[in-house]
Design a protein around this ligand. Structure first.
Ligand code: ADP
Ligand code: MG
Length: 238
C-alpha cells in the first residue's frame, strides 16, 4: 500500500502541490483527475523521487519511508513510473527496453516469468521483440513502456497520461491490460486526460485543482456527480 500525506512541491516561488494526501492499495486503480497545470505530473514525479517534496511530506510504501529516496531506490522499493512521453530508448529494440526494466535487484530473480506475463498482456509485442522502438506506433510504444515498468516487479505502478495520442483501438487494448495488471495485485495510480475512460476502469478517484485535492470518492460516484461531469467529463449536466 502507498500512503501519502502532506505532500507539497514548489518550483521556486510557485507551489505546484499543496498538502496532498492519498493512498493506493494493492490491486486497486486510483484515478487522478485535474485540468492542465493542476499538478498531476508533479505528483507522480514527487512519488517517483524525481522532484523533491517540501519538508514534512510523508510517502510510505509497504511501511517504508520513500520520501527522500533517489529515483532508482524508489524503484527498488517497488514503485515504478511510466512517465509522460514514455521515456523509452528509441534506438533500442523492444527486447532491450524490456530487459532494462528488469535491472533492479528486486526484479532479477523472476525476469523470465515476468517477460511471459508482459507478452501475455501485450501479445502484439511477441513478434516485435527485435524491432527498434522508434519505428513502432504510439500505442505499441506505450505497451513497451508499461511492459518495461512491469519488468521491474512493481507493487505500485504510476502512469502519466498513458493514452495521450493513442488510437481508440490502442486505448482499449491498453486499458484492458491495466485491468489485468490490477488483478495481479499491483496498485495503479492513473493520471489520464481521458477522465471518462479512467473513471471507467478506476476503483476510486481524486480531483486535483491548483495542487490541492478538492474531491475524492468511489469512481462510479464521481462519474455520476454533476459537478465532476461538468468539470472533467465535458458533459453539460445542467
Ligand atoms: N519544472 C518546472 N518548473 C517550474 N514550474 C513547473 C515545472 N513543472 C511544472 N511546473 C508548473 O507546475 C504546475 C503543475 O504542473 P504539472 O504537474 O505538469 O501539471 P499537470 O501534469 O497537471 O498538467 C504548472 O503550473 C506548471 O507550469
Ligand atoms: Mg502532466
Amino acid at each position: 500500500m502507498l500512503e501519502v500525506a502532506r505532500l507539497s512541491v514548489s518550483y521556486g516561488q510557485h507551489r505546484a502541490l499543496d498538502g496532498v494526501a492519498l493512498h493506493v492499495r494493492r490491486g486497486e486503480v486510483l484515478a487522478v483527475l485535474g485540468a492542465n497545470g493542476a499538478g498531476k505530473s508533479t505528483l507522480l514525479k514527487a512519488l517517483a523521487g524525481l522532484v523533491r517534496p517540501a519538508p514534512g511530506a510523508r510517502i510510505r510504501l509497504g511501511g517504508a519511508d520513500i520520501a527522500a529516496m533517489e529515483p532508482h531506490r524508489v524503484v527498488e522499493a517497488g514503485l515504478t513510473l511510466v512517465p509522460e512521453g514514455r521515456g523509452l530508448f528509441g534506438e533500442l529494440t523492444v527486447r532491450e527496453n524490456l530487459a532494462l526494466g528488469a535491472h533492479p535487484r528486486r526484479a532479477r530473480a523472476g525476469e523470465a516469468a515476468r517477460l511471459d506475463q508482459v507478452l501475455s498482456l501485450f501479445p502484439r509485442l511477441t513478434e516485435r521483440m527485435g524491432q527498434v522502438v522508434r519505428t513502432m506506433s504510439g500505442g505499441e510504444q506505450q505497451m513497451v513502456a508499461v511492459g518495461r515498468a512491469l519488468m521491474s516487479a512493481p507493487e505500485i505502478l504510476l502512469l502519466d497520461e498513458p493514452s495521450l495520442g493513442l488510437s481508440p483501438l490502442m486505448c482499449g487494448e491498453l486499458f484492458r491490460a491495466l485491468g489485468r495488471i490490477r488483478s495481479t495485485g499491483v496498485g495503479v495510480l492513473l493520471v489520464e486526460q481521458n477522465a471518462k475512460r479512467s473513471l471507467g476502469i478506476a476503483d476510486r478517484g481524486i480531483l486535483l485543482e491548483n495542487g490541492r485535492v478538492v474531491g475524492e470518492g468511489e469512481a462510479g460516484a464521481l462519474a455520476a456527480d454533476p459537478a465532476v461531469r461538468r468539470a472533467y467529463l465535458g458533459i453539460d449536466a445542467a
